[in-house]
Design a protein around this ligand. Structure first.
Ligand SMILES: [Zn+2]
Length: 96
C-alpha cells in the first residue's frame, strides 16, 4: 500500500514541524539551539510509544544519539548500571 506510506511520511513531517515550533527549536535535553535537531519519542515506539505530540520532543542530534545508545534510559536501567560502575570504581582504594 504505497499510498499509506506516503500519507504517513507526510503526516510525520507535519508533526515534526509542529514539535520544532512548540519546543522553540531548542534541544529539550541539553538546551542547545545549534546543530541539527531531531524529534525524539519520549516513550520509545518499541515499547508502545505513539507519534502523538505529547510523546514527542525536540532534541539535538548529539542527545538523540546518546539516547539511542542507552535506549532504555527511560526506565532508569542505565542509571542502575552507572551506579554499579561507580561502586566498583569507588572500592578501588588502596587499603591493605
Ligand atoms: Zn542536546
Amino acid at each position: 500500500m504505497p499510498s499509506l506510506i506516503e500519507t504517513n511520511r507526510w503526516k510525520w513531517s507535519a508533526v515534526t514541524k509542529r514539535v520544532r515550533a512548540r519546543d522553540r527549536y531548542t534541544c529539550q535535553m541539553c538546551g542547545t539551539r545549534t546543530g541539527p535537531m531531531e524529534v525524539d519519542h519520549i516513550v520509545p515506539r518499541i515499547v508502545g510509544g505513539t507519534d502523538d505530540l505529547g510523546n514527542l520532543r525536540l532534541v539535538c542530534r548529539l542527545c538523540h544519539k546518546r539516547r539511542m545508545a542507552g535506549a532504555d534510559a527511560v526506565s532508569g536501567v542505565s542509571e542502575v548500571i552507572r551506579s554499579d560502575y561507580s561502586y566498583g570504581g569507588g572500592r578501588k582504594r588502596g587499603i591493605g
